[in-house]
Every structure is written in C-alpha cells, then in structure tokens.
Write a protein of this length. Sequence first.
Length: 633
Amino acid sequence: MEAALVSASTGVMKPLLSKLTKLLEHECVKVKGVGKQIRFLRDELSAMNATLQMLADVEQLNPQMRDWRDKLRELAYDLEDCVDAFMVRVDNERDVPSGFIKRFFRKLKKLKERHEIANEIEEHKACVIEASERRKRYNFFEATSITNTSVVDPRLPALYVEIDKLVGIDGPKMDIIEWLTAETKDSSKELKVLSLVGCGGIGKTTLANQVYQSVKSQFSCAAFVSVSRNPDVKKILRDMAKGLGITDNTLDYDEQQLINKLREHLMNKRYLLVVDDVWDGKPWETIKLPLVNENCGSRIITTTRSIAVASCLSSESNNVYKMKPLSFDDSRRLLFKRAFGSENISFTHLGSVPDEILRKCDGLPLAIIAISSMLADQHAKCEWDRVLNDIGSALAKKPGAENMTTILSMSYFDIPHRQRTCLLYLSVFPEDSVIEKQCLITRWIAEGFIQEQEGRTKYEIGGGYFNDLINRSMIQPIDVEYGEAEACRVHDIILDYLKCKAVEENFVTSLDSAEHAYTSEYKIRRLCLNNCNEEHVALWGSVVLSHVRSVTIFGQPLQTSLLRSAVVRLLDLGDCSDMSDLHLSSIEKLLHLKYLRVSSCSITELPGKIGELQHLQTLDVRYTRIKELPPDA
C-alpha cells in the first residue's frame, strides 16, 4: 500500500484520508452513526484534495482561493489530531486492568471516549460542509484553468542592460568566445552545444546575450530564443525561423512544416543559436530537430538552472559551463555602481554595513541589483541598516525586490511537489547553517515527506531529492566526496524567499527569543525557535504549543514544557546547549514521537520509559555522554 505523504501544498490531507479509511474498520463507528459521518468526511475531503493539488501549482492565488485553501489545510491538521488522539486513547491496551470493577469502569471510559469523538467529528463535519459549499460558490476549477504566467518576462531586462553597468562578466565572456571560435584540426567544423548552468539570478541570460551580441556577425545567421518554464514549442520554432533569416510568413505553419523549413534553410550554413532558459529536456527534443550538422562550424549556447538538463543538452560533459558567483570585489563594484552610479564614491560613513550586505548576497548578481535598487541615492546609514536587517527575514516581500522574487518563484514552482516540500522545510535552519545530509533526510522521513516506493528505501529516495535540489541549483553542496555531498547550505537570499513562503503556507513558524509576541490566526504546526539569549527564556504565554508537530530549538532550552503538545512527531534539540537529563524527563508522554535528537555533553542517560515510544524511528544521541540505552528501549 502506498505510504501517506505530507506536503506543504496539501498539508496532511493524504495521511488523513488514509486514517479515515482505517477508522471505518474500528468498532467506534457503531456509536451514534459515526461510520456514516466518517464516510462523508472521507469522500468530501477526497474531492477537495484534488482542488488543493491543483491550487498548489498556482503562483498567485486571489484572496478567496488562498483563504479557502488555508482553512481547509488547517481543518485537515485538526481532524488528523482528533483521529490520532482517539486511537491512542481507545487502542492503548498496554495496561489492561484486572478485576471485574476495573474492567467495567474501563469499558465505561472507552464508551465515553467514543461518544466524544462522535461529537468532535460532528463539529468537523460542519466545517467540511462549509468548505465544500465555498468551493462550489467560488468555482475554483474555472478560476484556475488559465495558465499562470507573468505579464512581463522578468528576464527581459538582462537583454537590454547597458554594457557600462555590467560587472565581472569579461572573464566568463572571453572564456565562452574562445570556446566558440577555437580552431582544432579534428572537430572545429562539427556542431557543438555549450550549456551555461547556474541558479536563477546568477547572470546566465546576461552572459549569453553579451556573447551573442559580440560574435553573431561571425556566423551566416544567428538567433536568440527563450524557452521559459511553460514553453510554446511552436512559437519557439517560429522565433528561430525569424531570427535565422527565414522571410516566409510562418504563422500558419505547424511544427513539422517549421522544422522542415528550418532544416532546408540551415543546410550548408554556419549558424549561431542561443536557447535561453531551458527547464527540462522535453522541449529540447523538438527544438533540436531542425539543427542540422553540416560540419560548417555551427554553435549552440543553452542556459538552464539544472545540471541534469545541462548534461542532457550538451553531448559532452566538458561542454557544460558552470556559472560562478561574483567575487567580493566585483560584488562591491556592482552594488555601488547601481546604487550611486559610481563605484568610486566614498562610503566610509556606512562602516561595515555594505560588506555585511554583500556577504549575505554571496555573489548573486540578481540579489545585489535588487538591493541596490532599494538603496538608490540613499546615503544615510540608517537606510542601509534597515535593508541589512531585512535580509533573512522578509526581503522577498519588500518593494524593489519584485523581479528577484519572481525569478526565485519560477525556480520554486518548477520543482515537483515532493521535492518542493523538502526544500521549503529548509526554512527551519538559520542563515549560514551547514546542514548535514543524513540528519536532513531522516528529518524529512519523520515529518512524512518521503513516499515509499517499491525496491527503494525511504532514505534512498530522500537522497535522490537531496541531489535533485543540488542539480536545480537551489541548495549548495558541501563536503563533496566521490561525487556525493555530505552536507549543504542555502543561499541567504533563497532562504529568505523560503522563509516567506513557509509563513504563507503556515508550514514553519520561526521565532526568535528577542520577540515578545506571536500573532497569527492559525495554529503553530512546526516550530523553529532561535533561543540564543544567555539566560533561559520561557516561551511567551501567547504561543500555544498544543498543536505543534515538530520542534527545533537552537540555543538555550526552554523552561516551558513541550509535553503539552501530545502530537509532536519530531523533537530536535541537537543544537540546544546547556541541556541536562532533566530536560528529557517524561519524554515517553510524546506518544507520536518519531525523531529525537540531542547532543549536549551534559546528558548522561535516557529516561527509563523511552522504550514506550512505539513510533520512534530515529534516536540521535551523538556527542552526548550516553553509554547505553535503558533495558526496555
């Protein structure tokens, strides 16, 4: 049976539907017609789950759609909590009482609990009916049938940027021109394909266009075409035909006619073609059909964000050019040239703030340009401090960052749902974190993000997701050995975007000990707390932990007990200092716990009842002083 899957887009809808089906087999359905209620919930939620999955690929939802999606997702969380709590109460037969009186009262208690779940299900049913009616009123299927595309291509400015505003491009440009024009005895006349690969915003389109403008006159004909995430292959072929010099009216041509016309036109010609922004290999299979190899020295340049796609586009591995971030000096030149119109302006009054901003940008031109637009003609240090503070919190939401956010959003929504959820989960980690691969994958598994597949373990599947995110240039590999990365980090600008998305989806709630209040209409489901004050800090009274499923704490341990949240699946205290054995006392009350990580050297033993955690899959006690597990563990 296929394992249930938790995702950022649909929440816990899939595992909930699975549990409702299982619940129908339980004796509780005999109470007050509960079985009929559960069947209704399962069938109605199944229909609405299809809508949730459809909305997951829409980048911009209108307020009504977003509100419906969010409330339905929260309802699914609450329903699953209700079902889980009931099953624990009723099915826990570990302490079967002896004697007639005890058995009688236990039977009464179970009967009471069955009536309680019947009442809870009745309440949830009313909410589901309301959600169903709202879906019908808003007619989501019709509203989202139109393809979600941007009005203006965010890459367009890269094609028209003035040369005097470019920084750090001369070296890569000369490398590629040298490749294009290199003369070798055995292969100079063969058709060659070079793929430029790198994350969104690193300057692939700008570089390809600068090379194209510099050398196109050396070829018989040349064209620059863009593919984009949702390509119209027929339009691309028409653009190729027009750019390469075909003067016929091709508007009425179908794909085959366009391919034939292009092949005929390119015979015995030395041509240059730039195919910009290729997202996957499928469109390329059609685009390459007219590109004849007549041994005339023709050249093709492609750009892509995926290493896997780049390898597919280029026939030889050495024809993949990996884009590098700007050097620190070039980054500084770009920032001040864009902000003040000159890189030689004196900025000593700004102190170290510009350098701190540039370190967070980490050589990503798109981020530097976006930030420089916010700082244009701003000489006051307070304004620079404000922008620095925005990076890592909500820069992606600030005016002036729209183009950057749009480009990052394109990369995010191109990722399949399962990997997208795993990527969004990285918002749990602070800036500049080196995230260990093994730890990350086991966390994904505990959270329910990895779906079982026949013949492959969940860890192997998680490893594939990890590598795919590297290939898509969304995470940066660390400690690469024998071609495998042992860890990763997330670019601060991408992390900023992920944190904003995690808040939108109520997927991860990140709090800082410096904050004094938490305000949201939704319950906290996954909590990340940066509790870095030197003194222990109690969690504020306004933060309700009773529905928290995942807890990650960096810094000091909390005074507030986590045992109030009976639905916790994951507890990561591995980066939590000054812990003691006392902090793990009564851990056995977290009956749903699947993952526990501690690493303080002050911890010497585990609680004797930890063996009662029947669902515990991962127990990571590295770097503690624990010598052995309790006898019943």
